[in-house]
Design a protein around this ligand. Structure first.
Ligand SMILES: [Fe+2]
Length: 306
Protein backbone atom coordinates (compact mmCIF):
# COMPACT_ATOMS: atom_id res chain seq x y z
CA UNK A 1 0.00 0.00 0.00
CA UNK A 2 1.35 3.40 -0.93
CA UNK A 3 1.84 6.13 1.65
CA UNK A 4 -1.00 8.16 0.12
CA UNK A 5 -3.45 5.23 0.33
CA UNK A 6 -2.48 4.60 3.96
CA UNK A 7 -3.01 8.27 4.76
CA UNK A 8 -6.47 8.29 3.06
CA UNK A 9 -7.49 5.12 4.91
CA UNK A 10 -6.49 6.47 8.33
CA UNK A 11 -8.33 9.74 7.59
CA UNK A 12 -11.46 7.78 6.64
CA UNK A 13 -11.14 5.81 9.88
CA UNK A 14 -10.86 9.04 11.88
CA UNK A 15 -13.92 10.53 10.15
CA UNK A 16 -15.95 7.36 10.84
CA UNK A 17 -14.92 7.49 14.49
CA UNK A 18 -15.93 11.15 14.78
CA UNK A 19 -19.25 10.43 13.02
CA UNK A 20 -19.97 7.45 15.32
CA UNK A 21 -19.08 9.53 18.38
CA UNK A 22 -21.32 12.38 17.17
CA UNK A 23 -24.23 9.98 16.63
CA UNK A 24 -23.71 8.40 20.05
CA UNK A 25 -23.54 11.75 21.88
CA UNK A 26 -26.55 13.13 19.95
CA UNK A 27 -28.55 9.98 20.67
CA UNK A 28 -27.64 10.09 24.35
CA UNK A 29 -28.51 13.81 24.57
CA UNK A 30 -31.90 13.20 22.88
CA UNK A 31 -32.57 10.25 25.17
CA UNK A 32 -31.73 12.25 28.30
CA UNK A 33 -33.78 15.23 27.07
CA UNK A 34 -36.71 12.95 26.13
CA UNK A 35 -36.76 11.08 29.44
CA UNK A 36 -35.66 13.73 31.95
CA UNK A 37 -36.82 17.06 30.52
CA UNK A 38 -39.70 16.84 28.07
CA UNK A 39 -41.70 14.32 30.15
CA UNK A 40 -41.83 16.97 32.91
CA UNK A 41 -42.77 19.94 30.72
CA UNK A 42 -46.47 19.81 31.58
CA UNK A 43 -48.60 22.21 29.56
CA UNK A 44 -52.09 23.57 29.81
CA UNK A 45 -53.49 24.12 26.33
CA UNK A 46 -56.71 25.82 25.28
CA UNK A 47 -59.19 24.95 22.60
CA UNK A 48 -62.59 26.17 21.41
CA UNK A 49 -65.19 23.71 20.17
CA UNK A 50 -68.60 24.43 18.70
CA UNK A 51 -71.22 21.68 18.83
CA UNK A 52 -72.59 22.24 15.33
CA UNK A 53 -75.55 19.88 15.60
CA UNK A 54 -77.02 21.69 18.63
CA UNK A 55 -76.17 25.19 17.40
CA UNK A 56 -78.02 24.47 14.17
CA UNK A 57 -81.02 22.80 15.86
CA UNK A 58 -81.60 25.03 18.89
CA UNK A 59 -83.25 28.40 18.56
CA UNK A 60 -81.95 29.56 21.96
CA UNK A 61 -78.90 31.64 22.81
CA UNK A 62 -75.70 29.52 22.68
CA UNK A 63 -74.20 28.41 26.01
CA UNK A 64 -70.56 27.77 26.79
CA UNK A 65 -69.05 25.17 29.09
CA UNK A 66 -65.47 25.31 30.33
CA UNK A 67 -64.23 21.71 30.49
CA UNK A 68 -60.81 20.51 31.65
CA UNK A 69 -59.66 17.31 29.94
CA UNK A 70 -56.87 15.33 31.63
CA UNK A 71 -55.74 11.86 30.67
CA UNK A 72 -53.07 9.17 30.96
CA UNK A 73 -51.68 10.27 34.31
CA UNK A 74 -49.88 6.93 34.87
CA UNK A 75 -49.38 8.00 38.48
CA UNK A 76 -46.46 6.52 40.40
CA UNK A 77 -45.81 6.99 44.11
CA UNK A 78 -43.15 9.65 43.46
CA UNK A 79 -45.26 11.71 41.03
CA UNK A 80 -45.63 14.69 43.35
CA UNK A 81 -44.67 17.23 40.65
CA UNK A 82 -47.34 15.91 38.29
CA UNK A 83 -49.98 15.98 41.03
CA UNK A 84 -48.89 19.53 41.96
CA UNK A 85 -49.44 20.53 38.33
CA UNK A 86 -52.89 18.88 38.27
CA UNK A 87 -53.86 20.58 41.53
CA UNK A 88 -52.63 23.94 40.22
CA UNK A 89 -54.65 23.74 37.02
CA UNK A 90 -57.78 22.39 38.73
CA UNK A 91 -57.83 25.41 41.04
CA UNK A 92 -60.10 27.19 38.56
CA UNK A 93 -63.80 27.69 37.86
CA UNK A 94 -64.40 24.77 35.49
CA UNK A 95 -67.88 23.58 34.70
CA UNK A 96 -66.60 20.04 34.34
CA UNK A 97 -63.42 17.93 34.56
CA UNK A 98 -63.06 14.75 32.49
CA UNK A 99 -60.35 12.14 33.08
CA UNK A 100 -59.94 9.53 30.37
CA UNK A 101 -58.03 6.61 31.84
CA UNK A 102 -54.59 5.17 32.61
CA UNK A 103 -54.83 6.88 35.97
CA UNK A 104 -52.90 4.79 38.50
CA UNK A 105 -49.76 3.00 37.30
CA UNK A 106 -49.20 1.30 40.68
CA UNK A 107 -51.40 0.68 43.71
CA UNK A 108 -49.10 2.86 45.84
CA UNK A 109 -50.32 5.88 43.88
CA UNK A 110 -53.96 5.42 45.02
CA UNK A 111 -53.11 7.86 47.82
CA UNK A 112 -53.10 10.68 45.26
CA UNK A 113 -56.75 10.00 44.30
CA UNK A 114 -58.41 12.17 46.97
CA UNK A 115 -56.10 15.11 46.20
CA UNK A 116 -56.16 15.31 42.42
CA UNK A 117 -58.74 18.10 42.28
CA UNK A 118 -57.98 21.34 44.10
CA UNK A 119 -61.57 22.48 43.51
CA UNK A 120 -64.78 20.68 42.61
CA UNK A 121 -66.12 21.73 39.20
CA UNK A 122 -69.68 23.10 39.06
CA UNK A 123 -71.17 20.17 37.12
CA UNK A 124 -68.87 17.44 38.44
CA UNK A 125 -65.77 15.47 37.53
CA UNK A 126 -66.06 12.24 35.53
CA UNK A 127 -63.61 9.43 34.86
CA UNK A 128 -63.21 6.22 32.87
CA UNK A 129 -60.52 3.57 33.21
CA UNK A 130 -57.80 2.71 30.70
CA UNK A 131 -55.77 -0.38 29.85
CA UNK A 132 -53.10 0.45 32.44
CA UNK A 133 -55.77 0.56 35.14
CA UNK A 134 -56.92 -2.93 34.19
CA UNK A 135 -53.60 -4.62 33.35
CA UNK A 136 -50.09 -4.84 34.79
CA UNK A 137 -48.00 -5.16 31.64
CA UNK A 138 -44.75 -7.15 31.64
CA UNK A 139 -41.74 -6.29 29.49
CA UNK A 140 -42.68 -9.26 27.25
CA UNK A 141 -46.14 -7.73 26.67
CA UNK A 142 -44.55 -4.39 25.86
CA UNK A 143 -41.84 -5.64 23.51
CA UNK A 144 -42.51 -9.05 21.91
CA UNK A 145 -46.24 -8.38 22.30
CA UNK A 146 -45.93 -5.53 19.81
CA UNK A 147 -45.05 -8.10 17.15
CA UNK A 148 -47.10 -11.10 18.33
CA UNK A 149 -50.55 -9.71 19.18
CA UNK A 150 -51.42 -12.79 21.28
CA UNK A 151 -48.75 -11.75 23.79
CA UNK A 152 -49.83 -8.09 23.92
CA UNK A 153 -52.28 -8.35 26.80
CA UNK A 154 -51.64 -9.94 30.24
CA UNK A 155 -54.05 -12.76 31.19
CA UNK A 156 -55.24 -11.18 34.42
CA UNK A 157 -57.65 -8.25 34.30
CA UNK A 158 -57.42 -6.43 37.63
CA UNK A 159 -60.24 -5.57 39.99
CA UNK A 160 -60.47 -1.79 39.79
CA UNK A 161 -62.55 -1.29 42.94
CA UNK A 162 -59.61 0.36 44.79
CA UNK A 163 -59.07 2.66 41.79
CA UNK A 164 -62.74 3.62 41.89
CA UNK A 165 -62.67 4.28 45.66
CA UNK A 166 -59.56 6.49 45.33
CA UNK A 167 -61.20 8.56 42.58
CA UNK A 168 -64.56 8.81 44.33
CA UNK A 169 -62.77 10.04 47.46
CA UNK A 170 -61.49 12.87 45.26
CA UNK A 171 -64.94 13.80 43.97
CA UNK A 172 -64.91 11.92 40.65
CA UNK A 173 -67.90 10.02 39.31
CA UNK A 174 -66.53 6.87 37.67
CA UNK A 175 -68.49 5.63 34.68
CA UNK A 176 -68.02 2.02 33.54
CA UNK A 177 -70.36 1.65 30.58
CA UNK A 178 -72.69 3.90 32.52
CA UNK A 179 -74.13 7.35 32.07
CA UNK A 180 -74.80 10.37 34.21
CA UNK A 181 -77.56 12.82 33.37
CA UNK A 182 -77.67 16.45 34.49
CA UNK A 183 -81.39 17.20 33.96
CA UNK A 184 -81.30 20.90 34.85
CA UNK A 185 -78.55 21.48 32.30
CA UNK A 186 -79.92 18.94 29.80
CA UNK A 187 -76.54 17.20 29.55
CA UNK A 188 -75.94 13.46 29.09
CA UNK A 189 -72.48 12.03 29.90
CA UNK A 190 -71.56 8.45 28.97
CA UNK A 191 -68.43 6.66 30.18
CA UNK A 192 -67.36 3.92 27.74
CA UNK A 193 -65.16 1.25 29.30
CA UNK A 194 -61.86 -0.11 27.95
CA UNK A 195 -61.38 -1.64 25.40
CA UNK A 196 -64.71 -0.50 23.98
CA UNK A 197 -68.42 -0.80 24.52
CA UNK A 198 -70.47 -3.50 22.79
CA UNK A 199 -73.09 -2.34 20.29
CA UNK A 200 -75.95 -3.68 22.43
CA UNK A 201 -74.63 -1.93 25.58
CA UNK A 202 -74.21 1.32 23.69
CA UNK A 203 -77.76 1.03 22.43
CA UNK A 204 -79.06 0.50 25.98
CA UNK A 205 -77.00 3.44 27.24
CA UNK A 206 -78.34 5.76 24.57
CA UNK A 207 -81.93 4.86 25.57
CA UNK A 208 -81.26 6.87 28.74
CA UNK A 209 -80.47 10.00 26.75
CA UNK A 210 -83.19 12.51 25.98
CA UNK A 211 -84.17 14.31 22.79
CA UNK A 212 -82.20 16.10 20.13
CA UNK A 213 -81.75 19.23 22.26
CA UNK A 214 -79.67 17.43 24.90
CA UNK A 215 -75.90 17.90 24.88
CA UNK A 216 -74.43 14.40 24.60
CA UNK A 217 -70.88 13.88 25.85
CA UNK A 218 -68.84 10.69 26.12
CA UNK A 219 -65.53 9.64 27.65
CA UNK A 220 -63.42 6.71 26.49
CA UNK A 221 -59.80 5.70 26.85
CA UNK A 222 -58.95 3.87 23.65
CA UNK A 223 -60.11 5.59 20.45
CA UNK A 224 -62.11 2.83 18.79
CA UNK A 225 -64.81 2.84 16.11
CA UNK A 226 -65.29 6.60 16.11
CA UNK A 227 -67.87 6.48 13.32
CA UNK A 228 -70.15 4.33 15.47
CA UNK A 229 -70.06 6.93 18.28
CA UNK A 230 -70.84 9.66 15.76
CA UNK A 231 -73.83 7.65 14.54
CA UNK A 232 -74.97 7.19 18.16
CA UNK A 233 -75.38 10.98 18.30
CA UNK A 234 -72.62 12.20 20.64
CA UNK A 235 -71.66 15.84 20.28
CA UNK A 236 -68.21 15.68 21.89
CA UNK A 237 -66.18 12.62 22.92
CA UNK A 238 -63.04 12.83 25.06
CA UNK A 239 -60.30 10.19 24.82
CA UNK A 240 -56.65 9.42 25.43
CA UNK A 241 -54.35 6.40 25.14
CA UNK A 242 -52.25 7.59 22.19
CA UNK A 243 -50.06 9.98 24.23
CA UNK A 244 -49.96 11.95 20.97
CA UNK A 245 -47.51 9.34 19.70
CA UNK A 246 -44.99 10.33 22.44
CA UNK A 247 -42.29 10.78 19.78
CA UNK A 248 -43.04 13.19 16.96
CA UNK A 249 -40.55 13.93 14.21
CA UNK A 250 -40.55 17.47 12.77
CA UNK A 251 -42.23 17.40 9.35
CA UNK A 252 -43.43 13.82 9.84
CA UNK A 253 -45.46 13.83 13.07
CA UNK A 254 -46.22 10.87 15.29
CA UNK A 255 -44.59 7.55 14.49
CA UNK A 256 -47.42 5.44 15.95
CA UNK A 257 -50.77 5.95 17.69
CA UNK A 258 -51.10 2.49 19.29
CA UNK A 259 -54.72 2.53 18.10
CA UNK A 260 -56.80 2.45 14.94
CA UNK A 261 -56.18 6.17 14.41
CA UNK A 262 -53.90 7.32 11.62
CA UNK A 263 -50.61 8.98 12.61
CA UNK A 264 -52.05 12.35 11.57
CA UNK A 265 -54.78 11.92 14.20
CA UNK A 266 -52.52 10.99 17.12
CA UNK A 267 -53.88 13.84 19.27
CA UNK A 268 -55.96 16.99 19.19
CA UNK A 269 -59.38 17.68 17.78
CA UNK A 270 -60.80 15.18 15.28
CA UNK A 271 -64.22 14.88 13.78
CA UNK A 272 -66.50 12.23 12.35
CA UNK A 273 -69.79 13.49 10.97
CA UNK A 274 -71.07 16.12 13.41
CA UNK A 275 -69.17 14.64 16.36
CA UNK A 276 -65.98 16.17 17.72
CA UNK A 277 -63.36 13.96 19.39
CA UNK A 278 -60.67 15.41 21.60
CA UNK A 279 -57.72 13.03 21.95
CA UNK A 280 -55.40 14.11 24.74
CA UNK A 281 -51.61 13.79 24.65
CA UNK A 282 -51.90 12.87 28.33
CA UNK A 283 -49.69 13.79 31.25
CA UNK A 284 -47.65 10.59 31.63
CA UNK A 285 -46.70 7.18 30.26
CA UNK A 286 -45.58 3.76 31.40
CA UNK A 287 -42.34 4.52 33.32
CA UNK A 288 -40.47 1.93 31.20
CA UNK A 289 -41.23 3.81 28.01
CA UNK A 290 -41.65 7.35 29.26
CA UNK A 291 -39.75 9.18 26.56
CA UNK A 292 -41.24 12.15 24.75
CA UNK A 293 -39.82 14.13 21.86
CA UNK A 294 -41.61 17.16 20.39
CA UNK A 295 -44.73 15.90 22.17
CA UNK A 296 -44.84 17.42 25.68
CA UNK A 297 -47.42 16.17 28.19
CA UNK A 298 -50.57 18.27 28.20
CA UNK A 299 -53.93 18.95 29.79
CA UNK A 300 -56.52 20.86 27.77
CA UNK A 301 -59.16 23.42 28.61
CA UNK A 302 -62.01 23.14 26.15
CA UNK A 303 -64.50 25.96 25.78
CA UNK A 304 -67.50 24.16 24.39
CA UNK A 305 -70.23 26.28 22.82
CA UNK A 306 -73.53 24.50 22.18
FE1 LIG B 1 -51.53 5.78 28.67
Amino acid sequence: MSGLAKFSQSRLGAYSLVAALFLFVSGLALFLYGTRVETRRFRLEKLKVRAGRLLAANGRKPRTLKILHISDLHLQENDHKKVEFIRAITDDDYDMVVLTGDIFQFSKSFDFGPFLLARQPRLGAYAVFGNHDYYDYSLVNKTIGRVFRGMRQPDVRKDVSPHRRALEAGGFTVLVNECHVLPEENIFIAGLDYPGIKDSDLENLMKQSAGAEQLKLALFHLPWRLERLAEAGFDVVFGGHTHGGQIRLPGFGALITDSELHRSEASGLLSRGQTHFHISRGLGADPRSNLRLFCPPAATVIELTY
